[in-house]
Design a protein around this ligand. Structure first.
Ligand code: APR
Length: 227
């Protein structure tokens, strides 16, 4: 299973390529989520993530997330590879998750990469690493950065061993995640896309379920196990 931002859309988390609303509408995420943006204006990038973290903390997992928990319960080999950083799969109850792009709820040292459990941003400044004094940053993968090698290896391994790959809520435009369905395809797996719109992947998949994931995934569970 590979998920992207669309799976959280029905929870009220805007997809990455949607227009942003409110305060941050004039910023393009692709310009804020880069190492260069953080080097130039760490406060702006920190505040943007703080705003997103706060928004995500106020929304709930949806029926699509819950259906994936149900699949995990019934399919021992099930692996959930996600590009999402919102932590909603975990909050829904999924456990076997490979996070390709990190998690917005975690923070790490911008120099050493070590995780930091507690930080204080109450003075409005970007907090610093308690051990080396460098600025803290969200534990997410920015544009131009490498994916965590272990997560990528686990994802490629799972994709190349599966016999069915569901791909839900992703535009399949951002690599290397977008290449994972090809691993499955080359291993002879059936690839099923769940997305109301067609994507860069659509022409290659075996089946396309053109519906929101909050509808299609529960329907898939119902059709698979209650017939
Ligand atoms: N159900 C399923 N799919 C949906 C829904 C829904 N309810 N609503 C929207 N979608 C689809 C859109 O049609 C689109 O194809 O979700 C996809 C979202 O695409 P993107 O915004 O490009 O998100 P994603 O593919 O996850 O982006 C990949 O790029 O920006 C980086 O790191 C960021 O993880 C992100 C990565």
């Amino acid at each position: 299973m590979l998920t992207g931002a669309g799976v959280s859309a029905e929870s009220g988390v805007p997809t990455f390529r949607d227009a942003q609303t409110g305060l941050w509408a004039r910023f393009d995420p692709r310009e804020l989520a880069t190492p260069a943006a953080f080097a130039k204006n760490p406060r702006l990038v920190w505040d943007w993530y703080a705003w997103r973290r706060e928004r995500v903390s106020r929304v709930e997992p949806n029926a699509g997330h819950r259906a994936l928990v149900e699949i995990e319960r019934r399919v021992p080999e099930f692996v959930l590879i996600t590009q999402n950083v919102d932590g909603l799969h975990q909050r829904a109850g999924s456990r076997r998750i490979v996070e390709l792009h990190g998690n917005i709820t975690r923070v790490k040292c911008s120099r050493e990469g070590t995780h930091v459990e507690r930080w204080d941003a109450s003075d409005g400044e970007v907090p610093q690493c308690p051990s080396c004094g460098a600025l803290l940053r969200p534990d997410v993968v920015w544009f131009e950065e490498m994916l965590p090698p272990d997560a990528l290896a686990a994802a490629e391994n799972a994709a190349s061993r599966c016999d069915l790959m569901l791909v839900a809520g992703t535009s399949a435009e951002v690599y290397p995640a977008a290449a994972l369905p090809r691993f499955a395809e080359e291993a002879g797996a059936i690839v099923v896309e769940v997305n109301p719109d067609s994507t860069a992947l659509s022409h290659r998949v075996d089946y396309a379920l053109r519906a929101p994931s909050g509808v299609a995934l529960p329907a898939l569970v119902a059709a698979s196990w209650t017939a």
